[in-house]
Design a protein around this ligand. Structure first.
Ligand code: CO
Length: 150
């Protein structure tokens, strides 16, 4: 019986360690036809190793006239990134390829669509604030928020 307890305890410890070493933290963000997010702040706990974002376009506008994406950057100067995204065009989801200021981004979606994506928190520094925004032309000024880690 003592042996069994020890085995169970070891199993529980191993499970705890596995949980601590990989924790996916999930968030849902909704974008509307009024070019607004439903939340302007996402707080990622220090224990999270991966961030899972589910992006929902709750409007009806098609992707060509009122699409939304989610772009995360370490800069609060998002206008330049938005302009570069606009130049990259809809075929690139309005995201300039290989821009080092972009930490993570989703694909572009239209009304009624949902997309889920993940990125590792190893790309983030603890105790730091980041900016997220939609890079669809004209949306960046209204569709922005703050993501904090740790
Ligand atoms: Co948008």
């Amino acid at each position: 019986m003592k042996y069994l307890s020890a085995v169970l305890l070891c199993g529980a410890l191993a499970l705890n360690m596995a949980t601590a070493s990989a924790e996916t933290c999930s968030f849902t963000l909704e974008g509307s036809d009024q070019s607004r997010w439903d939340k302007d702040k996402i707080e990622v706990a220090a224990t999270c190793t991966e961030v899972e974002i589910t992006l929902k376009h709750v409007g009806v506008k098609p992707v060509t006239t009122g699409g939304h994406n989610w772009v995360l950057t370490d800069s609060d100067d998002i206008k330049g990134l938005a302009m570069a995204g606009m130049t990259a065009g809809p075929g690139a989801d309005y995201v300039k390829a290989d821009d080092k200021k972009i930490i993570a981004h989703s694909k572009l979606i239209g009304g009624g669509e949902t997309t889920t994506f993940t990125f590792p928190t190893s790309k983030l520094k603890k105790g730091t604030s980041y900016t997220y925004f939609c890079s669809f032309p004209g949306h960046w000024a209204m569709m922005k928020g703050t993501l904090t880690f740790g």
